[in-house]
Design a protein around this ligand. Structure first.
Ligand SMILES: NC(=O)c1ccc[n+]([C@@H]2O[C@H](COP(=O)([O-])OP(=O)(O)OC[C@H]3O[C@@H](n4cnc5c(N)ncnc54)[C@H](O)[C@@H]3O)[C@@H](O)[C@H]2O)c1
Length: 445
């Protein structure tokens, strides 16, 4: 068998928040795509033409890609023949990826609590592929991985199958750098970094990604890995600074938003970010891939600790003002890890709720986006003595939210808003102080 006999152009293994929009985008550019996932519920949703999560524009893309097809599983491909678009076939078997010339891995890469990448999903997929890979195939790691992983994958294939990597079989890292909610816009604009192993992997994988409009930047595998991880570290550390400043300001009875304004106003070397809940499945774990072999062990752990301590800081701030929270109604607005997404993975809102429950508070949660059931907005606010704005969703950033707090929450309840949703410029404020304010600040996305 040789990959030149392939019946599909590209296989995407792992139809998650990265893999599914990518598979749909390849199909929309006319490529024959095999989408693979071991989650039957997810496969059924896609087969039925239903996006399993929010991603701007992806539902319309899915409609287009499956339009005209029977939406069935592998062997019963979905086709839009009228527009000559590509096909999206679905399978739960990783080995079916060998039907395609290019195999893109978009599996999850969490970190162990040992400060080490958890590569079990990638190792399992590699083992499933070992027996079916053939000369001509390219294997692309799109997942975020620790430095050295792409060379490990190449070495694993060479060791177990004897392939000449970069000449017979091609291996590259092409990191996903797109932000959730912006996939379809950024796939055509963000430079696509490709770190290929050996002589020709970069060039071969570059051909695949030239399906999109974005410029392609060739580099080495480890540089591609470092660039991806350190872009996330930069963001994670960038938000730790205002979060730490917020805690310092509380200690000195200073106003963090006023200090930030003093730092940034007309100052060419300013630029500190705004405080908030900084987490999510990527930011919260990617630093660990660097930290596992860091030249300065502990520095990034400290960054993580700052961001992870924001929920406790806010809870303790509420207690300093109100006393015990036991048996008091507390409303938490937002479960998602950031604004306007339904992604709750590694959200600090969950941590805040766990901490509040340990205070014996009566917690009511509302989030208009997430799949986890939450109570309606007014019901969450009803009689609340404290309102925490945990996610800065657009729905919360308007005067109607303030009016609802005034109407439904307890008389002069405490509002805890590290995002400065309404331009009140106070992390802790009583509802009476917020009522007259009009929104002035765009909140951080
Ligand atoms: N979500 C983001 O915004 C984002 C952005 C940039 C990079 N990344 C990186 O991309 C990678 C994927 O992230 P994600 O958020 O899409 O993850 P995800 O958990 O949403 O998707 C992973 C998918 O793989 C499937 N899967 C797991 N094991 C499998 C197996 N053995 N065989 C077949 N399918 C299997 C799961 O069912 C799931 O659908 C991670 O490395 C992540 O760090 C994510």
């Amino acid at each position: 068998m040789n990959a030149s006999h392939s019946t599909a152009d590209v296989a995407v293994i792992g139809l998650g928040r990265v893999g599914l929009p990518l598979a749909l985008s390849f199909a929309d550019r006319g490529l024959e795509v095999v989408g693979i996932d071991n989650d039957q519920v997810r496969l059924s949703a896609v087969r039925d033409g239903v996006m399993p999560f929010e991603e701007t524009g992806a539902q319309a893309l899915l409609d287009r890609v499956i339009a005209g097809g029977d939406g069935s599983s592998f062997g019963g491909a979905s086709v839009d023949a009228s527009s000559q678009r590509g096909r999206l076939s679905l399978s739960e078997r990783v080995a079916d990826a060998a039907r395609a010339r290019h195999i893109v891995i978009t599996l999850g890469t969490p970190s162990f609590s040992h400060i080490e990448i958890d590569m079990r999903d990638i190792r399992s997929a590699l083992d499933d592929l070992l027996g079916v890979l053939a000369p001509g195939h390219s294997l692309i790691l799109r997942s975020t991985v620790a430095p050295g992983t792409t060379e490990f994958v190449a070495g694993y294939l060479a060791k177990h199958r004897g392939f000449q990597i970069g000449e017979e079989v091609f291996v590259a890292h092409a990191p996903e750098r797109i932000a959730a909610g912006r996939f379809l816009e950024e796939i055509d604009s963000l430079p696509c970094i490709i770190g290929g192993v050996g002589a020709r992997s970069g060039e071969v994988v570059g051909e695949l990604f030239s399906s999109f409009e974005a410029p392609i930047v060739q580099t080495t595998p480890v540089q591609a890995e470092l660039a991806k991880i350190w872009a996330n570290i930069l963001r994670y550390a960038n938000f730790a600074l205002p979060n730490l400043l917020m805690m310092d300001c509380e200690r000195y009875a200073a106003n963090v938003f006023e200090v930030i304004d003093l730092i940034n106003r007309d100052y060419p070397r300013g630029g500190i970010a705004q405080p908030g809940f900084t987490a999510g499945t990527c930011l919260r774990k990617d630093f660990a891939f660097s930290e596992e072999r860091s030249a300065a062990p502990g520095m990034l752990l400290a960054v993580s600790r700052v961001n992870e301590s924001v929920p406790l800081f806010l809870l303790e701030g509420a207690k300093r003002r109100l006393g015990s929270l036991a048996n008091r109604k507390v409303a938490v607005l937002g479960l998602a890890f950031k604004a306007d997404t339904d992604d709750e993975r590694d959200s600090l809102s969950h941590k805040l709720i766990r901490l509040l429950e340990r205070e014996l508070a009566d917690v009511a949660v509302h989030d208009p986006h997430v799949a986890t059931p939450t109570v309606p907005f007014e019901e969450a606010l009803d009689g609340a003595e404290v309102v925490f704005v945990a996610s800065n969703h657009s729905e919360f950033r308007d005067q109607a939210t303030l009016a609802a707090i005034a109407e439904h929450a307890a008389n002069d309840c405490l509002v805890v808003d590290p995002w400065n949703c309404w331009g009140a410029a106070q992390v802790f404020a009583y509802a009476s102080e917020l009522g007259a304010l009009r929104p002035t600040h765009p909140a951080r996305g």
